[in-house]
Design a protein around this ligand. Sequence first.
Ligand code: SF4
Length: 454
Amino acid sequence: MTPPPATSHASATGPASATGPASATGPASATGPASATGPAPAAGPAGTGVAADPPAAGAPAPAPRPAEGWAEPAATPLALLLLGQGSDPGSEPGVDCPGSLPAASDPDLVARARAAKAALGDRAFVLGHHYQRDEVIAFADVTGDSFKLARDAAARPAAEFIVFCGVHFMAESADILTGDDQKVILPDLAAGCSMADMAALPQVETAWEVLADAGVVDQIVPVTYMNSSADIKGFVGRHGGLVCTSSNAKRALEWAYARGGKVLFFPDQHLGRNTAVLELGFDLADCVLYDPHKPGGGLTPAQVRDARMILWRGHCSVHGRFTLDSVEEVRRRVPGVNVLVHPECRHEVVRAADLVGSTEFIIRTLEAAPPGSAWAVGTELNLVRRLANAHPEKRVMFLDKTVCYCATMNRIDLPHLVWALEELAAGRVVNRITVDPETARYARVALDRMLALP
Ligand code: SF4
């Protein structure tokens, strides 16, 4: 199959650009070529030191011409990344999506998705994360958070294809937990997770060396949030640690502290801090923040030695947006409102909220809420909007006034799902996510330790 030009991908996801991916792909693609070919040559003469004769007064400006010595910048990986046209497989696994996507305006998209799904029958099992668009959720065989979906995938050994409508790390976990003969498909390979990308394996290995130099590594149990790459889960499995979710973070930390005096927690500092302080009773002073972009993580050996919780400097770009101001503003605006947030929110937000819990907890809480009650929910907008529609007898609103979709989750739209299903139905396996056996083996160890938690 001939890959489409770089810009066709963006244009084919038109509506996506209007919501999530706009910030990620739309403007970059729109401005990228202009930046590369328009202004650059004009700036070239100055940059290359070639002086141009000034135009005579009143004379028309000369047509721009390439200056001598000017050469188009090489399409280096960095240049392409800056233009939104490349990929960095090391930190953002797969930011390309081969194939010819149907147009978002195609009026037959729904019928095409139905037909492809029917043609595949039980051979394909479609998973939909709660943060996915409604148009995608409509075709999911099951919905859930990342952990539930991984278990759901593992419980369908007869399905040849696991079509994962979520983000990259979720598809990796599904590949680790499913059989070798099953193929996990991510309809858009550009659906990564900015939080997961904040902890790359070389950075974590460097941190481990820093902790070894401080003489504390033997006391440390590494704990990684489910929202991390398979590489990181494998690292944790190799070093005696485990994976956790937002539902079982407290139990995971109790497991870890029963085996060591310190925890290195990544990638989400907020989940780690909120769990340690609000559920295990730590002081904030027991926690330090390791910044992978600073020498030594920005910490002194003494700080590392004194800490009980070493938090990785990572966060969710969606939940990290909610602020204390958001909470105070909604309380002023809606008297009696209940503030319900996800533990990936900042510590001060979680402290100011009435209730905090995982995505599944948020869903259950709103289902059980009395009619007429008001809820300001601090999590991804697709889910909040779906919950508001599902519970019209309750006032369900978004905690922040500004729209906040998960940009990467939103990359998977109906055109991508139709494309993936049709390709599979035609016998072409596309966008398969695989984890190498060695990484998968240790990641499985870390996942199994979590699954064995009481
Ligand atoms: S909502 Fe946050 S943690 Fe979840 S996929 Fe998006 S960026 Fe990652």
